[in-house]
Design a protein around this ligand. Structure first.
Ligand code: TEU
Length: 541
């Protein structure tokens, strides 16, 4: 029988396929390479992997611009390779989740080619078309995240079309039921092939305001976007109208009804919204009839993980999200790796990274770990000449783009290109990364890699950490402390985020230190003592 609830509290490992393992010698990763490396993923003890897009694409946004939703890009292999990957993953006890980019397609998708061909073809309304204002300017003030207006003029139709990202990523019009049907057919295609779930790209961008109303400005103090808050004018607006419209809830219900016909399948939505992230997570995941879980960008931002910040986020999460479900992440393919992002505000030594991993894996929710995070990799330092990401090229040097977190995975210290490829990789392998390769860390019991393995195993042995409810315990501004209770078992988790030993007194009558966490805090009666940058886990009596 399938465990329909496997996603609740699951640990999901994100693979960026261009940069995992090359088997063809062209300098970019491929599906066969992922299959070859599945034992590494399984060795972490994670429940699932999520693979970023590998569908047919002109790769203007590295696969987030899909030109055929139901095929594999030749650069990554074939559908046969994908089936083999799923089969091997299942043998190893891993679920397979894939990315679905339903909000927009590539401008090279046949749907868009037809849609732009005239104003009265069968797909004329499949994208968001609007006339110019009388003075020739775009229909409203909406902006593209990747720079400039969100509207691109098409000389054939003599109209503008909407794009929230690149002009080569036209926005699909989900107000049109035929578009919804076509997208759900694509989702069904992959379910039929045996995938266990989906990561839904930009799930809050599916619908726009049909009246195309202008977005109001945002107060500068509210600019807290995860990327380039004051560099990108996109973050100067309050995005009331270009995304997150009420119609989305009905579409998500349709999507969920499809998933229910494939028991055991699950979806995690990506919610990119600097203002209302947690509220949207609540709206999209509550009630059990929309998506299973969502991830917001609250812990993917530049704000360092101080006790105050962590407490604020989890407190507002508990107050807002209620019966919904979150998926937490510190790093992904869109933001600076947290080993660097928080190095100044918090610290980036292996000990800091081990502590952060334990925080992430103890929160209430599911967790995404991004490839290389398990090695403690930092953001690669790239030259302008190395850049591939159009977002970085647009906003350089104030914002360096997303290439620094997308460089190749490092497997072998001594191997050519660290074992990633026989050819020159599409982004350079950092020398610093090479010294942190999997083979070296595997052999070192104190490595960040072995700590991730150990802590994920510890989490598995202690069910409250996966399924338990969550109660924040106020201590002081140096110790992040909470209880997780499941059934009659309660675990107290305390993280000393400071450089000094901390002592905390707990209200519970007794507490028994749990073995196997890899941390050194200890308890004496009601007093817990935690060394600098260290943690304590105890069973409350
Ligand atoms: O990212 C979405 C994205 O860029 C937003 O989360 C954005 O950062 C936020 O809304 C700003 O407030 C996804 C993919 O992860 C990314 O790689 C793609 O480039 C993008 O969609 C377009 O498909």
């Amino acid at each position: 029988a399938v465990d329909a609830d496997w996603w609740r509290g699951a640990v999901i490992y994100q693979v960026y396929p261009r940069s995992y393992q090359d088997t063809t010698g062209d300098g970019t990763g491929d599906l066969k390479g992922i299959t070859e490396r599945l034992p590494h993923i399984a060795s972490l003890g994670v429940d699932a992997l999520w693979i970023s897009p590998f569908f047919t694409s002109p790769m203007r946004d590295f696969g987030y611009d899909v030109s055929d939703y139901c095929d594999v890009d030749p650069m990554f292999g074939t559908l046969g390779d994908f089936k083999a990957l799923v089969e091997r993953a299942h043998e190893l006890g891993l679920k397979v989740m894939i990315d679905q980019v339903l909000s927009h397609s590539s401008s090279e998708h046949p749907w868009f080619i037809e849609s732009r061909s005239s104003r009265d073809n069968d797909k004329a309304d499949w994208y968001v078309w609007a006339d110019a204002k009388p003075d020739g300017t775009p229909p409203n003030n909406w902006l593209s995240i990747f720079g400039g207006p969100a509207w691109q003029w098409d000389t054939g139709r003599r109209q503008y079309y909407l794009h929230n990202f690149l002009a080569t990523q036209p926005d699909l019009n989900l107000h049109n039921a035929e578009v919804q049907d076509a997208l759900l057919e694509a989702v069904r295609f992959w379910l039929d092939l045996g995938v266990d779930g989906f990561r839904l790209d930009t799930i809050n961008f599916y619908f726009h305001d049909r009246e195309l109303r202008n977005n109001p400005p945002l107060h500068p103090e509210q600019r807290n976007a995860s990327i380039a808050p004051d560099v990108n004018p996109y973050n100067f607006q309050d995005h009331l109208f270009d995304k997150n419209q009420p119609e989305n809830l009905e579409f998500l219900k349709r999507l969920r009804r499809l998933l229910e016909t494939f028991p055991g399948s699950a979806a995690v939505g990506e919610v990119g919204d600097a203002q209302r992230g947690l509220q949207i997570v609540a709206d999209y995941t509550s009630g059990g009839d929309k998506v299973h879980m969502c991830y917001s960008f609250d812990l993917l931002s530049e704000t360092p993980p101080t006790v105050d910040h962590l407490s604020t986020v989890v407190r507002s999460f508990e107050e807002t999200v209620k019966d919904g479900w979150a998926c937490w992440a510190f790093s992904n393919h869109d933001v600076q790796r947290h080993a660097s992002r928080w190095a100044l505000g918090f610290g980036g030594t292996p000990q800091h990274l081990k502590l952060l991993a334990a925080v992430l894996l103890s929160l209430r929710g599911s967790v995404c770990i991004y490839q290389g995070e398990e090695l403690g990799l930092t953001e690669a330092d790239l030259q302008f000449e190395d850049l591939q990401d159009p977002y970085g090229i647009e906003f350089w040097p104030s914002f360096k783009g997303r290439d620094g977190c997308r460089t190749p995975m490092v497997w072998g210290v001594e191997e050519k290109h660290a074992g990633f490829s026989q050819a020159k990789p599409w982004l350079p392998v950092s020398d610093e990364h090479r010294s942190q390769a999997v083979d070296r860390q595997h052999a070192d019991p104190d490595s960040v890699l072995n700590h991730y393995r150990g802590f994920i195993a510890f989490r598995k042995e202690n069910l409250p950490l996966i399924k338990g409810n969550f109660e924040l315990v106020s201590q002081n501004d140096q110790v992040f402390c909470f209880r997780r209770r499941f059934g009659n078992e309660t675990i107290i988790c305390a993280f000393n985020m400071s450089d000094e030993t901390q002592t905390v007194r707990i209200a519970d009558e007794s507490v028994e230190t749990l073995e196997g966490s890899g941390f050194n805090g200890h308890a004496d009666g009601q007093t817990i003592t935690i060394p600098p940058i260290d943690a304590y886990f105890g069973l409350v009596g």
